[in-house]
Design a binder for this molecule. Structure first.
Ligand code: ZN
Ligand code: ZN
Length: 516
């Protein structure tokens, strides 16, 4: 059984409405590691529903959280905002309502593209509307107990006058610089490092925030959460999950949600992704170069406990190939490879929206990488594809849409991530090159042969090999010569396939010019 189904069945042991939650703080570019959390939750959510359970998928954006420091991607001027809620800090580009929105909006767009439509809660609104008020009051009434739980489990000493509430200073708006002086329901008197002294009424929403270790369990109870995965950084012994479990049971009288711990996604050559260190690849950017079904597949096809290495260079091509293989096996066009598991469920859960009824028209991503560089325009690519019989004369509407989408992704990848080894440009004129005698002989023979062959990858490939053998010219030299006269470089895509996508006349003409 697929891991998402196992988790779903675990939930379905309890007959009630299941609320599957995910919460990511939009304090920086939301990266593919965060995407793992929400995709994991979405997969379980889909399985619960499929099995007849009642379920809701929610996403809580903790935009009332404070800015922790000036991250590497922020201007120095943001120093003055450290400690303020991210929903009350200006956006770095000037086009969004707030700092939080700056990162949240693009993430929500990315979610739509991969077929995830959660109900979105914003912590800032929940606090301001007073939805947290009961939870705040209960926490304050249980200050000593909560303090004891956190100190005992996390082995961390809390300050003497600690209370489970971070008051927002009415003067400097910071959540991190205030200290309580006296609490007598409903009023807390406080002092702030900025010099301000005042009092807040906790019945008024949005006057402060529960610290993370209390906020999390409070929210489980408020929203009836029954499942929420978390990254292994939160799952450490004595971490927020450990204290949250006890707080939710003992203070809020609610059972802790079920969960799975997911591993990080590592960016090849860069290590674990951390928005705060600037080593992250944003979810949006990832979707510019990866087809949405392939991104889902990457996460769905791996147990949450397995770490994933994402290689944004050549590895991306292999990933798409792997997905395409799953697709062929799913539609019974091919036998599965060893090690391919839960093929049906994996394929179905990888689809952002509906599951295709018949196998989509497949073209290897690598071929698209070649085609796009021969001609970036879809209409021309389509002509080439029809001429070379890689697609039928009449392409299905959905297939066409998918191909166009993949081509856009390939273009983005080529521009931003592709290694030089796959890049080339068809030179409009014969490049200036000095050919050796050997190369000239090769081209003369090639000129004679290619006039009459059927313009197909295999024929072209075989012709090149035959000449190389007969003339005793190393095959490497043969290929190099072709790339030199067409691309002005010594390496290029697989010659047979590559040349077949160029017109025969063009290639003949270029070879003629080169041997003149
Ligand atoms: Zn912005
Ligand atoms: Zn202040």
């Amino acid at each position: 059984m697929h891991w998402a189904e196992v988790l779903a069945e675990e939930l379905l042991k309890e007959e009630k409405k299941h609320v599957l939650a995910t919460g990511i703080t939009p304090s920086g570019p939301i990266h593919i590691g965060n995407m793992r959390e929400i995709l994991t939750t979405d997969a379980v959510y889909r399985c619960v529903k499929e099995k007849g359970g009642e379920a809701e998928l929610i996403y809580i954006a903790d935009d009332f959280d404070h800015l922790r420091k000036v991250y590497p991607y922020l201007p120095k001027t943001y120093e003055k905002y450290v400690g303020m809620p991210i929903s009350e800090i200006p956006c770095p580009c000037g086009k969004h309502k707030s700092y939080a929105d700056h990162y949240l909006v693009s993430f929500l767009n990315a979610l739509k593209e991969i077929g995830i439509n959660p109900k979105v809660y914003r912590a800032s609104e929940m606090y301001k509307k007073g939805e947290y008020n009961d939870a705040i009051q209960i926490a304050l009434e249980n200050t000593d107990k909560i303090k004891d739980i956190i100190q005992r489990i996390s082995k961390r000493q809390l300050p003497k006058n600690w209370i489970p509430f971070n008051i927002q200073c009415e003067k400097c708006n910071k959540l991190t610089t205030t200290k309580p002086v006296l609490y007598e329901y409903p009023i807390i008197e406080y002092k702030c490092d900025c010099g301000y002294e005042g009092e807040i009424d906790i019945r008024k929403g949005g006057v402060g925030k529960l610290p993370w270790r209390v906020d999390w369990p409070a929210r489980w109870k408020m929203l009836n959460v029954t499942f929420e995965p978390f990254g292994k950084d939160l799952g450490t012994v004595g971490g927020a999950r450990d204290t949250g479990e006890v707080i939710v049971k003992e203070i809020y009288d609610y059972p802790p949600p079920k969960y799975t711990v997911y591993e990080f996604i590592l960016l090849k050559g860069k290590g674990a992704m951390h928005s705060s260190k600037g080593t992250a690849l944003s979810a949006e950017e990832m979707l510019y170069m990866t087809p949405p079904e392939v991104l889902r597949f990457l996460i769905i096809n791996n147990q949450p406990s397995k770490h994933i290495v994402f290689d944004s260079e050549l590895g991306l091509l292999n990933l798409v190939d792997e997905y395409d293989k799953f697709e062929r096996v799913y539609f019974k066009k091919e036998e599965p490879d060893k090690g391919m598991k839960d093929i049906k469920k994996t394929y179905e859960l990888s689809q952002p929206y509906s599951i295709p009824k018949k196998i989509p028209c497949q073209l290897p991503y690598r071929h698209l990488v070649t085609l796009v560089q021969i001609n970036p325009d879809w209409k021309n690519i389509k002509k080439i594809l029809i001429r070379t019989k890689q697609i039928p004369d009449k392409l299905d509407e959905n297939d066409e849409k998918r191909l166009i989408q993949r081509i856009e992704h390939v273009k983005y990848w080529l521009k931003n991530f592709a290694p030089d080894i796959v890049k080339f440009e068809i030179k409009k004129k014969l490049p200036k090159i000095n050919l050796t005698e050997e190369q000239k002989i090769f081209l003369k023979k090639l000129k004679e042969k290619i006039q009459s062959i059927k313009w197909e990858p295999e024929n072209i490939h075989n012709t090149i090999y035959e000449i190389s053998e007969k003339q005793k010219i190393p095959i490497k030299t043969a290929f190099k010569t072709i790339y030199q006269i067409i691309l002005g470089q010594e390496k290029g895509p697989r010659a047979g396939y590559f040349l077949s996508n160029l017109s025969q006349e063009f290639v003949i003409k270029r070879v003629e010019e080169a041997v003149k």
